[in-house]
Write a protein that binds this ligand. Structure first.
Ligand SMILES: Cc1cc2nc3c(=O)[nH]c(=O)nc-3n(C[C@H](O)[C@H](O)[C@H](O)COP(=O)(O)O)c2cc1C
Length: 151
């Protein structure tokens, strides 16, 4: 059984819905899962030797939603090196915007910088093509969970 923190950045609730579906899938597989909205660095650091799933949309012109910006900034400034952390990223966006899924990619780049290990590729979900994001995210989460089991 793994300890998994799911950290959410959302404006309109789509990323939260995806995160809650992921929580259900991961719990059903026997993992201990907590979903965080407006998370602090402290709650993140509880997982620095475990697993994190970041589920975030993109807003403005390629920016992270306000609710997850403080976590991102705190990780940059004082999160330290986190080589034992393994993570995944689900990036929600809309390809009609110039900076497609930039929020998720910003987070991914930061986690790479601090030495964390990504399991699988970043999942991009395009709202233009997929009005129901969980249809895309659920199979991806199942595959991500297989990677956790293989650790
Ligand atoms: C004002 C606004 C700005 C947006 N900017 C971007 C953007 O720069 N890049 C992108 O990929 N998607 C952008 N989107 C699309 C959202 O990321 C997408 O609709 C997503 O599914 C919203 O998820 P949420 O409900 O979790 O916030 C924007 C949407 C709005 C309403």
């Amino acid at each position: 059984m793994a300890q998994i923190g799911v950290f959410v950045g959302t404006v309109y609730g789509n990323a939260l819905l995806v995160a809650e579906e992921a929580e259900n899938i991961l719990r059903a597989r026997g993992h201990e899962v907590n979903v965080f909205e407006e998370a602090t660095l402290e709650s993140w650091l509880d997982y620095r030797e475990h697993f994190v799933l970041v589920v975030t949309s993109t807003t403005g012109q390629g920016q992270l939603p306000d609710a997850i910006v403080p976590l991102y900034a705190a990780l940059r400034e004082s999160g330290g090196y986190q080589p034992a952390l393994r993570y995944g990223v689900i990036a929600l966006g809309d390809s009609s915007y110039p900076n497609f899924c930039a929020g998720g990619h910003l987070f991914d780049a930061l986690l790479q910088e601090i030495g964390a290990k990504r399991l699988g590729d970043v999942l991009e979900i395009d709202a233009t093509e997929h009005p129901e994001p969980e249809v895309i995210s659920c199979p991806w989460v199942e595959a991500w969970a297989e990677r956790i089991d293989a650790q």
